[in-house]
Ligand binder design. Structure first.
Ligand SMILES: C[S@@+](CC[C@H](N)C(=O)[O-])C[C@H]1O[C@@H](n2cnc3c(N)ncnc32)[C@H](O)[C@@H]1O
Length: 186
């Protein structure tokens, strides 16, 4: 599927920013690597962990992991078998290095969360998505996520989550954040 102009702009802007994003996210956390390595720590909220329940042994896909991949590391520390995705090669390169450095067995893939093209149908027990504001086509993303997640989990969550995604997306789109990226048109 051809990538839209907006998605190209978002990918290129984020690809350049990932190094700074990583530095920014760990600047006040000298223990960042130790936290995820030895402490088995998680950066997830209580609500996220409660919603997911016991993830040990589940296949979990993190749609937009970024360079720090802190949520992918968190889910792995909770026992999930994690695939971390991001549209930018620089995020995946950094995340892969981090996982290697601290000995976490996580697969990282450069992929557009809206299509998840190399991810097999019904291959994931859970799908975790943050900052969906960056996705241009939420309908396409919802269809894709329905495709890759096992049917049982989709039935439990699809309607409510899609409605929430649309509200969140609308709110962010009316905000100033995206306007700062030159050339982006919604
Ligand atoms: C603000 S970061 C989110 C990082 C992390 N998940 C968190 O919550 O802190 C947004 C990430 O989404 C990625 N991204 C943007 N559009 C994407 C897309 N279509 N598919 C996959 N990743 C995307 C960016 O490259 C960036 O790493």
């Amino acid at each position: 599927m051809a990538e839209s102009r907006n998605t190209q702009i978002i990918r290129d802007a984020w690809d350049q920013y990932q190094g700074d994003h990583l530095k920014f996210n760990i600047k006040d956390r000298p223990d960042f690597y130790a936290f995820f390595e030895k402490g088995g720590g998680t950066d997830l909220s209580k609500e996220e962990m409660e919603l997911a329940g016991d993830v040990s042994g589940l296949d979990l896909l993190d749609t937009c992991c970024a360079a720090d991949a802190r949520q992918s590391l968190s889910w792995a520390n909770l026992g999930a078998s994690v695939t971390g995705c991001d549209i930018t090669p620089s995020a995946i390169q950094n995340a892969t290095q981090t996982a290697r450095r601290i000995g976490k067995d996580i697969t990282f893939v450069v992929v557009d969360a809206q299509t998840l093209e190399p991810i097999d149908d019904a291959s994931q027990d859970l799908l975790y998505a943050t900052y969906i504001v960056w996705l241009e086509d939420l309908s396409q993303a919802a269809r894709t996520w329905h495709r890759v997640v096992t049917a049982q989990n989709v039935q439990e969550t699809r309607r409510e989550r899609t409605a929430r995604m649309r509200r969140t997306h609308r709110n962010f789109r009316t905000g100033a954040t995206n306007q700062r990226i030159k050339g982006l048109r919604w």
